[in-house]
Design a protein around this ligand. Structure first.
Ligand code: GUN
Length: 283
């Protein structure tokens, strides 16, 4: 029987801590941390994420604005909005919800967010700092995974860590954070030969590949810690991760469920980054 890593509970505890530090910061400085979330178009999943980000801000005492822009927003209109937010002293963090409509240049948009307000840590400057291990902002999902491991007292140092997926948002920064924590890290992807042979080596297996129930029990070593970053919707409408929970759970020593595992931590780490941005803005 695996220990179920309760992301909801851990997230609530971390948010309570952020709320306390926010109240102290406001009392000391008179500055309220502020987050702006920009959403272009009306993708239903993105709308839910954005709503949860706003609720998250309210929960810890931040100021927040949601800038809703129509699906046919031009590149220059979006750039102008970012320019406005860049100059707004009440806003310490700016996040553009991804994916953007196809006609927009995502790379140019992410580079237009000043690194000191880039609470997603997607700007090349912040990406480079993560590579060097010298960072103020950590990308939210990998940072959330590290926080879960820390809360569960799961030691990374010296462990075989296998990351499945190499996205810029999760897989690559996840590998870096595990490496900084002295894990021995392998990154797998769609061209990996004999994936199961590699995943079976993992003491800590982090899966972020975007394929429902992809990792099955035969691909996991007895006693492994399994972290499922996936969030897929089955044809019956149910949410499911990238890990086949039914066959993997009996083999794992600890596992994150979907929903209620990594998901709640992502917004929590965004809140942490926003508080950091606000603190750095007055130095
Ligand atoms: N879309 C899915 N995940 C994310 C995220 O972490 N940040 C942003 N900006 N958009 C996303």
């Amino acid at each position: 029987m695996a220990k179920i890593i309760d992301g909801k509970k851990i997230s609530a505890a971390v948010r309570e801590d952020i709320k306390g530090r926010t109240a102290e910061f406001i009392a000391e400085t008179g500055v309220t941390p502020g987050l702006a979330v920009v959403i272009v178009g009306d993708d239903p999943a993105s709308k839910v994420y954005v709503r949860n980000k706003k609720l998250g801000c309210e929960g810890v005492g931040f100021y927040s604005v949601v800038c809703e822009m129509p699906a046919d927003t031009t590149q220059s209109e979006l750039m102008a909005k970012l320019e406005e937010l860049k100059g707004d002293d009440k806003i310490h963090g700016i996040l553009v919800q991804l994916p953007l409509p196809k006609h927009l240049d995502e790379k140019a948009v992410l580079e237009a967010i000043p690194p000191e307000k880039d609470v997603d840590a997607f700007h090349v400057v912040n990406t480079g700092k993560i590579m060097l291990g010298d960072y103020s902002f950590l990308p939210c999902t990998p940072a959330g995974v590290m926080k879960l491991l820390e809360y569960e007292n799961i030691e990374v140092s010296g462990k075989e860590c296998v990351v499945v997926g190499r996205s810029n948002i999760v897989g690559k920064p996840m590998a870096m954070l595990l490496l900084h924590a002295n894990g021995t890290v392998t990154v797998c992807h769609s061209r990996t030969r004999d994936l199961a042979e590699v995943t079976r080596r993992a003491d800590i297996l982090v899966v972020a590949i975007g394929k429902a129930d992809f990792i099955t029990g035969d691909m996991v070593k007895d006693g492994a810690v399994v972290i499922d970053v996936g969030m897929n919707r089955r044809t019956d409408g149910k949410l499911t991760g990238d890990v086949d929970y039914v066959s993997v759970e009996p083999k794992a020593s600890a596992i994150t469920p979907v929903p209620g595992g990594v998901g709640p931590m992502t917004i929590t780490m965004l809140l942490e980054n926003t508080l950091t941005a606000a603190k750095q803005s007055i130095k």
